[in-house]
Design a protein around this ligand. Sequence first.
Ligand SMILES: *Cc1c(COP(=O)(O)O)cnc(C)c1O
Length: 451
Amino acid sequence: MTDSRRDLPSVGSLLETAGVKLLLEQHPRRVVVDAVRDSVEAARAAGGGDKTQQQWLDTISSAIRDASRPSLRRLINATGVILHTNLGRAPLPEAAIHAIQQVAEGFSNLEYDIATGQRGSRYSHCVGLLTQLTGAEDALVVNNCAAAMVLTLNALAQKKEVLVSRGELVEIGGSFRIPDIMARSGAKLVEVGTTNRTHDDDYRRAITPKTAAIVKVHRSNFAIEGFTADVSVEGLVFIAAEHGLPVVHDLGSGLMLSLDAYGLTGEPTASTAIASGATLVLMSGDKLLGGPQAGIILGKEAVVAKLRKNPLTRALRVDKLTLSALEATLRIYLDPTRALRDIPVLSMLTESVEQIESRARAVTAGLASHGIIAEVVPSQSSVGGGAFPTAEIASRAVAISGDVTAFEERLRLGEPAVIGRISEQRLLLDLRSVQPREDAALTTAVLRARA
Ligand SMILES: *Cc1c(COP(=O)(O)O)cnc(C)c1O
């Protein structure tokens, strides 16, 4: 038997072929050399180098394509979960994308006061809009809501005690556990009450001279039902006032407008949270607010000033691209009608089922004209990302039957990747989490993934 491995071309000889020489003109040399080496290695491992010149070229080109694809890339979210932490949470409004581009392209007044020609502060941006929109006295923007919590507790309660209800010691998205984050801040967590019930007196009894704050954590990704009791923020503010303590409300999601009219109830808005009297309210920028990843701290001027001076603020500081996107997103909220239309998270949440149905019909018609049979089926979307944990929003999905496991994989590995879900032997593509302008790309991706 001949050893076909001996027939393998050398890396050097492949680099000399006309086709690979052309690739060398288009791609960095190291990328091409690595692709050639990997292709030869793969052939050796597979036990043979019996390939035509063209086959080698195809293998090498495809290796270059894989190596040149960005690791972080756009995809189509057809899961029906709108705020999906694994899928990057909120898509940005166009105005925010434009703002990022403007600031990224040139220099900016990030820490420069144009009016006086003196040094300015990055923490001055967004403050006006945040206070105007929420009624808070002052605001500070940091890297994310977890950072906001660490900073807050470090500034207010280092080496002191912080009271939290046992029913609020939550984990968010696997890597964020409130008790762990609190411990890192240097504050000592004192658990009060039980998992299902916490009363005024539980807090009162736990207050000692070492107590520095009372924290309320919004149960953003689960609900406790049945025999339950907890103390409202107003109640906590009353108790805290008896001892001159601050109340910190970790709101999580950052809803800026009531969505009651759309059947999404029970999630407090930032302004109602501020109106409840908490000293500080903490929230994310990339959940229901619909902007970039950021941690927003709203509250009393003297306390926010203290946070701003804390050295940790420097370590948790927000970057200019985030600030530009956040400012542009906040500005949209000055006109609530525009916000519901132009902020993708809000337009997805509030789009009518009839509208989604008609988009789904258009997608299935597009597929049918190329021989793919799909049907429109009722689906339930969810908000995700730590908000409205029990809400199910009526939606429509494009359902495809057949060998769904293989089809799901081809769709996921395609360009752009499409992420759907399999249910009852069907692949479901829920259109509520797909932006209408992505419908055509979705249709094309499904056609390409066809066996
Ligand atoms: C999501 C969430 C956080 C964490 O926010 P990040 O911006 O992801 O750091 C903290 N607290 C609550 C209640 C949340 O829902």
